[in-house]
Write a protein that binds this ligand. Sequence first.
Ligand SMILES: *[C@@H]1O[C@H](CO)[C@@H](O)[C@H](O)[C@H]1NC(C)=O
Ligand SMILES: *[C@@H]1O[C@H](CO)[C@@H](O)[C@H](O)[C@H]1NC(C)=O
Length: 387
Amino acid sequence: MAIFTSTSSRSTILTVTCIVIFFITFNFLHAKATNPPPSIFKTIYAFGDSYTDTGNTQSETGPSGFMFVSQLPYGRTFFHHPTNRYSDGRLVIDFVAQSLSMPFLPPYLNQKADKSHGMNFAVGGSTAIIHSFFARNNMTINITPQSLQTQLGWFDKFLESKGCKDATTTAMECGAVFNEALIWVGEIGANDYAYSFGSSVPTSKIQQLAINSVTGFLQTLLKKGAKHIVVQGLPPTGCLTLSMYLAPKDDRDDMGCVGSANKQSYTHNTALQAKLNIFRQKYPESFIVYADYYNAYLSITKNADKYGFKELFKVCCGYGGGAYNYNFFDACGSPSSTSCANPSQYVNWDGVHLTEAMYQVMADAFVNGTHCHPPFGYLFSKKSQSG
Ligand SMILES: *[C@@H]1O[C@H](CO)[C@@H](O)[C@H](O)[C@H]1NC(C)=O
Ligand SMILES: *[C@@H]1O[C@H](CO)[C@@H](O)[C@H](O)[C@H]1NC(C)=O
């Protein structure tokens, strides 16, 4: 346009551009450097598996390798009683809620809980891929019937009760749910690989189906108007005690973890991030943060001393001593098991799940540290810009 060719307009444009860049940069740095303002989100809706489940499963309904979640020593460190969390205390999602000055997320299945600040749909043992796939392929050992689809079904029921169908036909109703909400998609998919271990279905197939399932899930949420979404990748599953206990001794990487399992998690995460990039372009009104569980975990265990961890692979709660103190048939909470005197020196709690101490450091790495991409704080600047 002709009007922009005069030098004065050009310098005005330049000035405006500089100011805009300054503010964007300022917001970005500002978001990274400061703590989140309290209660910037009104609600949190969380999804995932036992790493995120705050009580949707109990002993009889959870994965069969962890039959004792409803009794001590589960919960011993923080709650001092079992809460059906798969740890000695709080999980990452609990620390995230606390850091936002919000109450702990009640499990969706608890009918009596106050859900005015959101709820948690995560289910211990849950898979990304629909349950019938595993049943069809005879992979039913250790299995929970719920998948990410089940959790979406529950959330959908809730959204329907609020009149939210999709972001176009019921924009107001969906806006009322999502504009002030943080959507937390906890780690999901580790169980899919675990359940298919030793089956004839190739892991590349599991990966493809699991990624499709997670992206289908995200697409559904985005179409309904989800605005602030955190998606956690897989942890380095080869560093979990159960993997190390099961895998051949020569299957190890430079971290001393099961190399094949870590490679699987790593390629899964790479594929997931590629899909997130596509969604960022397709839904510019929404904001998607990737929480890099894999690298956060490895960077913490590489600097274990700094965080006071003395045991990276030996479980706190188990049986048998040795390098792992783990035996599949003497799981944490069983009569033969014992739990350690100082859980905060252990990364692994019961073979698969982490200690509260590790979850706390992980949460800090996501919320205050450098392991969210873009940084977690950017959600707040985004949130305060959109009102
Ligand atoms: C599952 O097990 C049944 C009964 O043992 C068998 O007939 C069927 O072929 C198996 N299916 C697969 C996909 O392995
Ligand atoms: C982030 O840092 C603040 C200030 O140090 C702290 O209060 C908060 O608990 C941290 N968040 C997490 C999740 O650790």
